[in-house]
Every structure is written in structure tokens, then in C-alpha cells.
Write a protein that binds this ligand. Structure first.
Ligand code: HEM
Length: 944
């Protein structure tokens, strides 16, 4: 029957038939498409906007293991906009890495590696495209095939020989085990790639620097978990955490090490006489394949980053377990004795060491160097264990959770290599309960080389050295916690254990490993805090006062915890000396207050930079042009002129209510703007009424900078959101401020850049900055810092001193007498100051009781270090409480009295920049009010 007769027979119209057929087909299609109606894998409930961000923590392999216990082997989380799926059972891993491998093998590029010039050439971060296939094939053939491994075996053995020789020669000395293993592996790889070593085992004492430091920084950037740009794509392009920029900086430093070698070999390879048989290294092979410098740099760095850190981490974890399990170490030593009859162990002998191999598997089970694999990404929506994984989800496989799961392993937390003896279970990607190198198309291509290196290093070390814990230290008390990164490392590496001193087996001689003196020491004492917020509720709005009270109870060096931030406060001269002198090198970094964390400006900061090149350059420029004796001398006329304006103004305003703080501020500000821009910006006459315009903006910036309850800094997870609007508010005021001198900069830039310009024509500090090639951002940042740091502190000193003089008329009279006696001109000039010791003593006394920056600006510990027998952990914020010291009866007699006489006998040096208080004393009929005390100002007088 045809359709027309069917319709006719059933009394149906054609349109009705067509519509119902479409409806029917859609229904069938919908029912047949299994994924769309499925749900996301279960997981913990998140918060609005941030999702589960606050629940992931710094050790995501551990937190997701906990979630897996509650929600099952496949869970999903939401970090901002990003969906994360984590598999934590062998079955879930099999579905992801085998069944759905085709759809789930794309990559999510971590922010650090999103470098436009390099990422198109990436092996690790490309999706499974042609570039990726070509690179994997090249690496397989030239680096990891049986033939390639064989041809590199001599190199590997040679580098290991250097390590063993080095350890032998350094018996009894402090050695950083992790670093020497890293250097050995790194030099092996650079020898294969560039035919030369780049690092030197002898440099291992002391801190890392140069190439070694840059590589570790790249690895660190790559391992950043709290990468907010990836959670909130809207923020991504701003690189607010400086991850992309920081990584690129280190990349460039790294590339410079082999730039010349590439050029030299490129000349060879492209010469007409070149033949493939001449190829000496992997570099030659890349050049033969027409690789550009960017392609070479990218591949080489990826091999370094992926290959050295993971292998080092595997060796370190295995070694640590062996130190804890002497019986296993002895069994390996026996196996070596039985099977190896040569002096040196070679690649080819490794297959005879099954117990060593079992030990390595066991160490990788408990401590997989890449605990979540590298992040995979779903290229398509697809289905795993009856759940939907949406396109673009990030996917992790939690090897750490599987390795410790009692459903998968008997007695999972015990270290028992025996479990692998006689078992077919291997680490080569076929057994889904044990996948240290991954599985499927993204599996580690370097596995054959990685396994060989770990086996060879461990065998050689155990063969030559007997690792024991001296001083009867219980090895089971070693700290086994780990730290998440590109490769999982020990939180307290082996070298750090003070008591861990492995010694040579046959020559009984100590070979100790870096004992960091800090590890056994405690934090300075302090009041007990609450969970999460710590001591936040106890600090109050006047931290110099609250910490002075704590110091009375807990001693001169205390520690507090504000959220995540550790705060150390010194309140005695001895503690201050240790911080500012003895440990100055380690404790002089800065914590940038939220207000000043402005990506475009902060790299140019003088106040907030660590003691780096920028900082040194800016300090030198300021010293020469602003604060040297010559510069001070050349600006003295300006200073006296502005002071003259203030005196005139006060004379004219007799009998009126004057805000002393504001007129002093304006005077100092105009002095500084005249030095910098050759003009005044504020007008004394505007002082009546409220502050507005530039004056208001500057005060708002100061206010933002001084906010104490800055929650972003206590809870870094919130920092990026700027919930209190501190960064945004400051930037708004900055922009308003900069507008005041924008035109002046442009005008002077045209002058300075003109062909007729000469250095001798420089009229102002602005001209000097322009001569030095400063950008507008650099100028704005330095100028604002000078204003903020210089004017407010000096104003505060003047106002406090003046207030004390008003309270102590007898001191005021003595100063007046001194001036009358010593100075016989009408106007006081700067050259008169040395004749006024009592005035100077009064200023010292005011500064003792009212230090304008009572806690100094926050310092930061660049390294963990020791002060007064306590540990100050790296990244702690450090304050020195001048206010407490100035009022301490152990330091000063009768500390609360204002007595300039106490300074008369001594020869204390204090540089004073202003004398406005003196003039006010002479004009006794002027009154003032509204003195706003800057008791908790956070600004230092750079030149006070
Ligand atoms: C014990 C040492 C090593 C371990 C435990 C290890 C582990 C891993 C893991 C787990 C992955 C990610 C797999 C995935 O995302 O599914 C990986 C990827 C990778 N590894 Fe290794 N690795 C080691 C040594 C090496 C070495 C020596 C090299 C090269 C010199 C290397 C080069 C790579 C590369 C290039 C990738 C990315 C592959 C791709 O995305 O296609 N690895 N490795």
C-alpha cells in the first residue's frame, strides 16, 4: 500500500502525517541518546559562584579521596565555572583511560603554560592532534625506544658515576639529597639533548640559583592549584596572579642557557656537507626535522619539567621508605650482592633485581609522583559509569586514593614490596589499580627511561651507601606528609631531618644530609586562637597596642595567626636587632597590602618590591636625586620657600580655626611636588572646608592602604575577589591622582626626547625619570609612593611633637629660648638646625612615644629562619613594634613621661626634615583643632 492510499483509508491529512512522523522520530532519537538525560557524577554541595573551591585545599588528591569515600568512585566538583570529575577506583580509571579514552584525552592547559608563542608546539598540552602525534613519535624513536635507551645507557651510567663520586668525596658534609639526584637526572637529559651538562653537583651547597632556580620556578608555577583565572574565565586574561608572566620570565631565562648551542648546531645541520650520520644529539634530530627555536625550547623544557622532577620524586619517596624499613633495605642489599658481581651497576643488570623492582612499585603505589595524572579534558560530552561528563570538564584520576584503598589492596597503608613478588601486576599502564605513568594514549612516553633511572639510582646508592638514622632516632617518626605540585614531593624532604645522617657502608664515615636548624624549633609563643580565624578577633583596630599587651604576657617575640597568615611581632630591642640586622637578608621581603596589588603598577614599586633589581635601581635613583647631601642642599631653597608660605598663611589666619594637620600636609606635599614636577598642586587657602580633589584622593589611597581588617590577605582564597573593594577603590583614586600630572609628563617627555635636549637642562626629578626611560606607569607609581610615604609620616611627626609641646609648655619655652640664643636672623634656615640640640631631643622624644609608623611596614620572611631560638616560617608577616619598645620600662626610665632631656646627654642620630612646628611656636596666637592622630598609620617615612 502506498502512502496516499494509506492516508485516504485512515482518514488522515498529509500535513498531519508529516508532523506526527517528525514528532515520533524526535522521540525515538531522544530516547536513544543516552547521555543527555544523565546526571553529573555526585559530589559535595558547593557555594554560589565559587562552587567547591573552598573545599579542595592545597592537597587535592587527599580532599578528593575523602569525597570519594562519601560519594563514590566517580565524583564531580565545581570550581567557579570549571567542572571537575575525579575517578578514584580502578573501574572508573579503566572507563576513562581505556573505554572513553578517545573522548577524554584532550588537555586543559594550566595558566602557567598558556604562552601564545610556545603552546602550539606543546607535546604535553596539545590535544591529540598532528603536532602531538609527530612529537610523540619523534620522542619515542629518538629517546625512549629500546634502541635509543641502549644508546644512552653509557651517558646515564656516567652521570650516576659522578653522583657516587661526589657523595664519596663529601663524606661528613651536609648534602641536599633531593638536589643532587635532580642535578644528576638533569645533566643526563641535557647530555642526551645538547651533549653537555648544565648544572654542577658542587653548586649544590647553598641555595639554588640560575638555571636550577628557573626550572624549579617553572615547575612551581605549573603546579599552582588556586589558579583563579581558570576557575573564572572572565578573570583569566588579566593574569591577576602573574602566573603566565612569571612563567614566561623564567622560560626566557632558561632558554638563554642553550640559545648559542642551538645556533651553533643549526649552522652545522643546515650546511651543505651535513649528513644524518653526523647527528650527535637529540638537538641535531630536532634541527634536521626543521624545528624553529620556539619549537625546540618548548619541547626541551617540557621534557625537563616532565622528566626530572617526577623521577627525583620517585627516588626520594622510595629512599624515605627504605630508611623507615631497614629490613627491606637489607633485602635489596643482599639481592645486589647476590646478583651483581661488578663494581658498578649497569643498565643491563637491572632485570636481575626483582625485589628492588617490587620495592619501587610499592613506593609508587603509596606515593605516586603525579597523584592525579596530568589533567585530561573531555573533548565531547560522554558517559562514564552511567553519569554524564560534560564537554570541557577537567578530569583527574586519583592514583593516590586507589593506592590506599582497602577495597583494592590488603593492609594498604603498610609498605610491603612482597605483595608484588610472584604477582603479574605491573606499572606499565595495563593494570588499572597501579598507574603511576597513566594509561592509554596520554600515558607517559618517558616511562622506560623513568623506570630505568629510578632503578639505577636506588641500586647504586644502596650498593655504595648504608642509609641509617643515627642518634637512635625512631625512623617511623619521619614526617611522611606530602606537598602537591607537578610532582608530589615530601612536605619535609629527607634532607631536612636533622637527625638523618646516612653513612658509607664500607668506610664507616658520616655523610649527613642538610639539617635545617629550623625544623625542630617552635613558632614564637602567642595567645590561643579560634579555628579558621585564628587570632583575628583579638587584634582589634590598634594592633600596636594589642600586640604590646600580648608581648607583656608572652615575651618579646610573639606569633599570631590571622586566618592563614602567620604574623610575628618583635617588641624588644634585641628581637628587633635579630630581625633587622642579624636575619635582615631573609626577613626584608615585603607583603604587598591589598590596596597596592595593582598588576600594572606593582612591578615598578620601590616600597613593595622584594630586595630585587627594580628596588635597587629605584633606591639608587632616589638617593642620588632626592636624598644625597648634594640633592638636599639643592632643594633647600624650595623647602624654605614652602615653609615661608605656611608661615605667611598662618600669620594671615590669626584667630581662626586651622586644621594644623592639613596645612602641614599641604606644605610638605607642595615641597615634594615642586621637586618632582616644578609646581604646587595644593593650595593652603583651600584648607578651610573638606578635602577634595587631589588631596582627597591621596588621603583615600592612604586610608585604603591602612585597612587592617583586610580579609583577602588572611584568607587567600578570597583575595582575588577583592570582596571589600579595596583594590578597586584604590585604583579609582590612583587614576584620579594620576590625571593631575598626566599633561605635565607628556610635555616634559617631549622636551626630554627632543634632539636638542641635554642632561644639563633637567629641571626636576621628573626630567631625571624621563631621562632614565621611565614609562608613565613607572613614574606614577614612584611619585605616588613618594607622596604617600613621605608626606603623611612627616605630617604625623610634626603634629605629635606639636601636641606634646602644647601639653608641656616648659619644653616649648626651652626650645624658644634655644632658638633665641642660637639664631639671630629673622628666618631659620636649614644650616641653623645643628645648633638646636634641644629641639632635636624633643623631636626624638616625640618619635619615641609616637612613632609615626608604629609597627614599621610589614616585612616578610623570604626563607624559614630562626630568631631568638624560634622558627619564623617562610612567608610570615613580620612587624617590629616600635610603639611597645618606646613605652617599655625595661628600656626607658619613666617611659610614659615626655622628657626631651633624656636625649640631651647622648649623641643619637636623627635626620629631621621639617621645622614647621618651630614657626608655629613663634606664632603663639594661632589656634588649631581637629588634629587627627595617625596612631596606626602604616606608612614609613622613607627619608625620616
Ligand atoms: C618516574 C618517572 C615518571 C613518572 C612517574 C611519570 C608520570 C607521568 C604521568 C602520570 C603522566 C601523565 C599521564 C596522563 O596525563 O594520563 C606523564 C606524562 C608525560 N611524561 Fe612522564 N613520568 C615520569 C618520567 C618521565 C620522563 C623521564 C619523561 C621524559 C624525559 C617524561 C615525559 C612525559 C611527557 C612528555 C608526558 C606528556 C605526554 C602527553 O601528554 O601525551 N616523563 N608522566
Amino acid at each position: 500500500m502506498d502512502i496516499t492510499s494509506f492516508l485516504r483509508d485512515n482518514n488522515l491529512s498529509l500535513p498531519f502525517f508529516v508532523l506526527s512522523s517528525i514528532f515520533f522520530l524526535l522521540l525515538v532519537f531522544k530516547l536513544a541518546k543516552p547521555t543527555s538525560s544523565k546526571k553529573l557524577p555526585p559530589g559535595p554541595r558547593g557555594l554560589p559562584i565559587i562552587g567547591n573551591l573552598h573545599q579542595v585545599g592545597d592537597r587535592p588528591h587527599v580532599s578528593t579521596t575523602k569525597f570519594a569515600k562519601e560519594y563514590g568512585p566517580l565524583i564531580s566538583l565545581r570550581l567557579g565555572k570549571q567542572i571537575l570529575v575525579v575517578a578514584s577506583s580502578p573501574d572508573a580509571a579503566r572507563e576513562i583511560l581505556k573505554t572513553q579514552d578517545r573522548f577524554l584525552s584532550s588537555r586543559v592547559v594550566p595558566t602557567a603554560f598558556q604562552q601564545p608563542s610556545l603552546i602550539p608546539h606543546s607535546l604535553i598540552w596539545s590535544d591529540c592532534n598532528q603536532t602531538w602525534k609527530g612529537l610523540r613519535t619523534l620522542c619515542r624513536t629518538e629517546l625512549f625506544s629500546a634502541k635509543a635507551l641502549e644508546s644512552h645507557s653509557r651517558l646515564r651510567e656516567q652521570k650516576l658515576g659522578h653522583l657516587v663520586d661526589f657523595l664519596r668525596k663529601n663524606q661528613g658534609q651536609v648534602i641536599n639529597l633531593e638536589d643532587v639526584v635532580f642535578i644528576t637526572l638533569f645533566n643526563t637529559l641535557t647530555s642526551i639533548i645538547f651533549s653537555r651538562d648544565f648544572l654542577d653537583l658542587k653548586d649544590v651547597h647553598g641555595t639554588r640559583d640560575g638555571l636550577n632556580e628557573s626550572l624549579h620556578k617553572i615547575i612551581k608555577y605549573g603546579g599552582i592549584i588556586k589558579d583563579f583565572g581558570s576557575f573564572f574565565p572572565i578573570l583569566d586574561r588579566f593574569d591577576l596572579q602573574g602566573i603566565r608572566k612569571g612563567t614566561m620570565k623564567q622560560y626566557k631565562k632558561t632558554f638563554a642557557y642553550w640559545e648559542d648551542i642551538i645556533e651553533e648546531r643549526r649552522a652545522h645541520v643546515t650546511s651543505p656537507s651535513w649528513s644524518s650520520k653526523n647527528a650527535e644529539s637529540f638537538l641535531d634530530r630536532m634541527l634536521e626535522n626543521g624545528f624553529s627555536n620556539d619549537q625546540i625550547n618548548q619541547l626541551v623544557t617540557e621534557l625537563f619539567v616532565a622528566g626530572t622532577n617526577t623521577t627525583t620524586s620517585s627516588v626520594m619517596w622510595a629512599m624515605t621508605e627504605l630508611v623507615r624499613h631497614k629490613e627491606i633495605m637489607s633485602k635489596i642489599a643482599e639481592e645486589l650482592k647476590k646478583e651483581i658481581d661488578t663494581d658498578k651497576i649497569s643498565d643491563s643488570q637491572l632485570s636481575k633485581l626483582p625485589y628492588l623492582q617490587a620495592t619501587i612499585k610499592e613506593a609508587m603505589r603509596l606515593h605516586p609522583p603525579v597523584p592525579l595524572l596530568l589533567p585530561h579534558m573531555a573533548a565531547e560530552n560522554c558517559e562514564v559509569m552511567n553519569y554524564t561528563i560534560p564537554k570541557n570538564s577537567k578530569i583527574f584520576v586519583n592514583l593516590w586514593a586507589m593506592g590506599r584503598d582497602p577495597k583494592v589492596w590488603d593492609d594498604p597503608l603498610s609498605f610491603k614490596p612482597e605483595r608484588f613478588i610472584g604477582s603479574k601486576l605491573d606499572i606499565k599502564g595495563q593494570d588499572f589499580e597501579l598507574l603511576p605513568f597513566g594509561s592509554g594514549r596520554r600515558m607517559c612516553p618517558g616511562m622506560p627511561s623513568g623506570i630505568k633511572s629510578v632503578q639505577l639510582i636506588l641500586a647504586s646508592l644502596i650498593n655504595e651507601f648504608d642509609l641509617v638514622l643515627p642518634n637512635d632516632v625512631d625512623p617511623m617518626k619521619l614526617d611522611m606528609s606530602d606537598k602537591f605540585g607537578i610532582a608530589l614531593k615530601m612536605e619535609t624532604p629527607l634532607k631536612r631531618h636533622q637527625s638523618l645522617a646516612p653513612f658509607l657502608c664500607f668506610i664507616v664515615n658520616l655523610l649527613s644530609f642538610t639539617p635545617k636548624p629550623t625544623s625542630s624549633k617552635k613558632l614564637p609563643p602567642g595567645p590561643r586562637g579560634l579555628p579558621i580565624i585564628g587570632n583575628l578577633h583579638q587584634v582589634g583596630d590598634r594592633p600596636h597596642v594589642s600586640t604590646a599587651i600580648f608581648a607583656k604576657e608572652y615575651g618579646p617575640l610573639i606569633s599570631l595567626r590571622l586566618g592563614k597568615q602567620i604574623l610575628v611581632v618583635a617588641s624588644s630591642p634585641d628581637a628587633a636587632r635579630e630581625i633587622l640586622k642579624t636575619q635582615d637578608r631573609f626577613l626584608s621581603s615585603r607583603v604587598v597590602p591589598t590596596a597596592f596589588q595593582q598588576p600594572s603598577l606593582i612591578p615598578h614599586s620601590l616600597i613593595w618590591s622584594d630586595c630585587n633589581q627594580t628596588w635597587k635601581g629605584l633606591r639608587t635613583l632616589c638617593r642620588t636625586e632626592l636624598f644625597s647631601a648634594k640633592a638636599l642642599e639643592s632643594h633647600s631653597i624650595l623647602r624654605e620657600q614652602k615653609l615661608g608660605h605656611l608661615v605667611d598663611f598662618l600669620r594671615k589666619s590669626q584667630g581662626q580655626v586651622i586644621n594644623l594637620e592639613d596645612v602641614v600636609f599641604i606644605t610638605l606635599f607642595n615641597t615634594l611636588t615642586s621637586i618632582i614636577f616644578s609646581r604646587d598642586f595644593l593650595d593652603l587657602k583651600d584648607v578651610h572646608g573638606t578635602r577634595d580633589g587631589l588631596n582627597e584622593s591621596l588621603h583615600k589611597i592612604i586610608e585604603y592602604g591602612g585597612i587592617i581588617k583586610d580579609f583577602g590577605s588572611f584568607f587567600p582564597i578570597f583575595d582575588k575577589f577583592d570582596l571589600q573593594g579595596i583594590r578597586k577603590g584604590t585604583m579609582k583614586q590612583y587614576n584620579k591622582t594620576f590625571a593631575y600630572w598626566e599633561d605635565i609628563i607628556e610635555k616634559r617627555r617631549a622636551h626630554v626626547n627632543s634632539p636638542t635636549s641635554s642632561s644639563e637642562n633637567a629641571e626636576s626629578f621628573l626630567d631625571r625619570m624621563l631621562e632614565n626611560g621611565f614609562s608613565n606607569d613607572q613614574i606614577n607609581q614612584l611619585v605616588t609612593e613618594l607622596f604617600v610615604a613621605g608626606t603623611n609620616t612627616t605630617t604625623s611627626s610634626v603634629v605629635w611633637a606639636m601636641t606634646e609641646l602644647v601639653r608641656h609648655k616648659e619644653v616649648m619655652f626651652k626650645i624658644a629660648e634655644e632658638i633665641k640664643r642660637e639664631i639671630n636672623t629673622d628666618k631659620i634656615s636649614e644650616s641653623h638646625l645643628s645648633k638646636l640640640p634641644y629641639l632635636q631631643a624633643s623631636i626624638k622624644e616625640a618619635m619615641r612615644l609616637h612613632p609615626p609608623v608604629p609597627l614599621l611596614l610589614p616585612h616578610m620572611a623570604a626563607e624559614t629562619c630562626e630568631v631568638m631560638n624560634y622558627t619564623i616560617p617562610k612567608n610570615s608577616k613580620i612587624f617590629v613594634n616600635l610603639w611597645a619598645m618606646g613605652r617599655d620600662p625595661n628600656v626607658w626610665d619613666d617611659p610614659l613621661s615626655f622628657k626631651p632631656e633624656r636625649f640631651m646627654a647622648q649623641n643619637w642620630i636623627l635626620r629631621v626634615k621639617t621645622l614647621s612646628c618651630y614657626h608655629l611656636v613663634r606664632e603663639k596666637d594661632v589656634s588649631w583643632n581637629a588634629i587627627r592622630y595617625q596612631e596606626h598609620s602604616t606608612y614609613i617615612g622613607l627619608f625620616d
